[in-house]
Design a protein around this ligand. Structure first.
Ligand code: ADP
Ligand code: MG
Length: 289
């Protein structure tokens, strides 16, 4: 590609809110065979809301939410904000708060040991879901994130947290497919939840329950199977995957760490930007061949 054609291409992209931080990314994008997306904040709005509370026998719904929200007070996870917004009244101070990456957290609230997180956190702690097992599966099958709560070693509640799919995400995926690209989702969320959302969006491959350190490995595995990878993400834990991919595309609405690790920035956080970026890279390269 001539420097001039690349300049024209990146200039056109900038007008569309697609910023190429590195000129050669325009060329590398043309060779990409699969585009992988982070889920939360990239395909979804990233502002989950509590939509359902189920208490285990012997527990009260309000109490379960109060304990969970208290335990989450110092967490930066979007789930923590959802529980805080939903809980009513003053929350007791949590102590001994310990985040368990990719699983949830543990804390002491009013002298009780509270665990909040995914089913695999409960499995790890040897806590049986018992009567809440069906609620867990229903929540996940609906594409919502199940948040389980245990109190002093016993399952106490199952909350459902729902995050809206971004407007236009489904159309963007369809356009990528029409351009001959494959698509994937890489997420730390529960497998059934991820699969339900992927099905709604028409995404080909799902890598779920990926630990924060595992996103880079997931990009490598997709490359081995499908060729050069474009990865789209917004979070701190997306940075290694953004750097690993042939082309890393960060949401402009995302964290600084993600933006700094990316080759391309989609200013408004619109998934349509991915389609525009691929389209422009092809147009520029076609002109110069
Ligand atoms: P993601 O945000 O992509 O889902 P994470 O690695 O942050 O990835 O978390 C993976 C899963 O672990 C979440 O989907 C959630 O089920 C659970 N989890 C992690 N942190 C928390 C938390 N603070 N509260 C509740 N659940 C959590
Ligand atoms: Mg995210």
């Amino acid at each position: 590609a001539t420097p001039t054609s690349i300049m024209v291409g990146t200039g056109r992209a900038a007008e569309l809110g697609v910023l190429f931080r590195k000129g050669d990314a325009l060329q590398r994008l043309e060779s990409v065979g699969i585009v992988a997306f982070d889920k939360t904040g990239t395909l979804t709005e990233g502002r989950p809301e509590l939509v359902r509370t189920t208490a285990a026998p012997g527990f009260d719904e309000g109490e379960v939410l109060r304990l969970a929200a208290s335990a989450e007070q110092s967490s930066e996870h979007p789930i923590a904000r959802a529980l805080e917004r939903a809980a009513e009244g003053a929350l007791p101070q949590a102590e001994e708060v310990e985040a368990i990456a990719g699983h949830g957290l543990s804390a002491r609230v009013e002298g009780r040991r509270v665990l909040v997180g995914a089913a695999r956190l409960m499995a790890r702690e040897g806590i049986d879901l018992g009567p809440l097992s069906a609620a867990h599966d229903e929540i996940a099958a609906a594409g919502q994130t199940p948040v389980l709560i245990a109190v002093d070693g016993h399952i106490a509640g199952a909350l459902a947290v729902a995050d809206k799919v971004k407007l236009g995400a489904r159309a963007a995926i369809a356009k990528l497919h029409a351009m001959g690209l494959k698509t994937a989702m890489i997420t730390g969320d529960t497998r059934a939840t991820a699969q339900a959302i992927a099905a709604e969006l028409g995404i080909d491959h799902v890598e779920a329950e990926v630990l924060p350190e595992g996103k880079r490995d997931a990009v490598r595995a997709l490359r081995d199977a499908h060729g050069a990878v474009g990865f789209v993400g917004d979070g701190i834990n997306d940075a290694p995957a953004l750097a690993e991919a042939e082309v890393g595309l960060a949401m402009g609405t995302g964290t600084d760490v993600a933006i700094e690790s990316a080759d391309v920035v989609l200013v408004s956080g619109d998934t349509k930007g991915v389609v525009e970026a691929v389209h422009l890279s092809r147009a520029v390269l076609r002109n110069i061949r």
